[in-house]
Design a protein around this ligand. Structure first.
Ligand code: SF4
Length: 361
């Protein structure tokens, strides 16, 4: 079984034996500290635990101090090619820098970044994306290469970069190996995990739109997480970053690795349905996932909204709070007990009140 070393990012310890942490990335202009911090605060409300910002120039690096003052979670600076931006981001109080030592010029540059990271207790992440692997850039017909070959080349580049840090005795490092291709991503991460104890940040790059990206990410991340691979995850959807956070938690929740909001059971509806199951579920989710206190209150609860008396009572009885629909009303169950009939128009408010007033043991 894969076992990674521990790496510290802000107040979090990452690695085997620690919770898999949820990351996202801002899509604001980092130079606009106020706007970026506002988005990070919204992401924190959604449950995001580690946030990344792009640092394309010195002005963006200098904005990090102001952003850090306004947020509560560890911050990662995403930097390419210019080691001076890394030095400035570290000076400004960033918690982790995503930078590839092989891409920042002379080894002296890496030494400076490593020294600053050690002095400030900052972690580094080496990020290898299939699209920009150095070796593959020069290969003719690279799209015809097997997925195994892609994985091998990605891992070899990651290990090459990691060895530069190893030689400088720098251990507080995370690696990511991402592709938009499910097999390449899984194979690369599995191969790396066989050869190194460096914790992995996992995800598909450019996963796509909400539905297809969610499915692709769930399959890839689920495969890896089931094997104990993945210390942090990011779901890269072309969507509001808050939805990326929720999707990441839903994947972790389905795997039994983290809790996030309720376990909401509902039927797909059919010709027997005479109540609005879909509208009820949408309204409940809308309220719960846009209200941190409510979401936290609902975490761990099983709530069932079922359309009729065929399968409804069984599922509703198994839930903490469950409703089995009838004609315009439903039978309400609480912790296995049959309680009373409830008109459909009261369901959402009633269930939300139940969540608000529920006292955890
Ligand atoms: S619970 Fe009833 S209404 Fe819902 S899908 Fe099953 S049979 Fe149809």
């Amino acid at each position: 079984m894969y076992k990674s070393r521990e790496v510290k990012v802000g107040n979090f310890i990452l690695g085997t034996g620690h919770p898999v942490r949820v990351q996202s990335m801002c899509n604001t202009d980092t130079r606009d500290a106020e706007k970026t911090a506002t988005q990070i605060c919204a992401l924190e409300e959604a449950g995001c635990e580690i946030n990344r910002v792009a640092v394309p120039d010195m002005e963006a690096a200098q904005a990090i101090g102001e952003i850090k003052k306004r947020i509560h979670s560890p911050l990662v600076a995403d930097i390419h090619f210019d080691y001076k931006l890394a030095l400035e981001a570290i000076k400004q109080g960033v918690d982790k820098v995503r930078i590839n030592p092989g891409n920042i010029g002379a080894v002296e540059n890496t030494k400076e970044v490593v020294k600053a990271a050690l002095d400030h207790g900052v972690a580094l992440r080496i990020g290898v994306n299939a699209g920009s692997v150095k070796y593959l850039k020069s290969v003719q017909g690279r799209m015809e290469l097997t997925d195994e070959k892609w994985a091998e080349v990605m891992v070899s580049e990651a290990l090459e970069q990691a060895n530069i840090l190893e030689q400088l005795n720098f251990k507080n490092v995370v690696v990511s190996l991402k592709s938009d291709n499910f097999r390449r991503t899984v194979l690369a991460n599995e191969l790396f995990a066989k050869q190194s104890d460096i914790p992995l940040h996992i995800g598909l790059t450019e996963a796509g739109s909400f539905l297809s990206g969610t499915v692709k990410s769930a399959v890839a991340l689920g495969t890896l997480l089931q094997k104990g691979i993945g210390a942090t995850i990011r779901v890269s959807l072309t969507e509001d970053p808050r939805l990326q956070v929720r999707t990441a938690y839903e994947i972790l929740k389905a795997l039994g690795l983290r809790e996030y909001g309720p376990n909401l059971i509902s039927c797909p509806t059919c010709g027997r349905t005479q109540v609005d199951v879909t509208g009820t579920v949408h309204a409940l989710e809308e309220k719960i996932y846009n209200d941190r206190a409510l979401r936290e209150k609902a975490t761990g609860l099983k709530i069932a909204v079922m359309g009729c008396i065929v399968n409804g009572p069984g599922e509703a009885r198994d839930a903490d709070f469950g409703i089995a629909g009838g004609r315009g009303e439903g039978l309400y169950f609480e912790h296995g007990q049959t309680m009373f009939k409830l008109p459909q128009e009261q369901w959402v408010t009633f269930l939300l009140d139940k969540i608000k007033n529920w006292k955890k043991d």
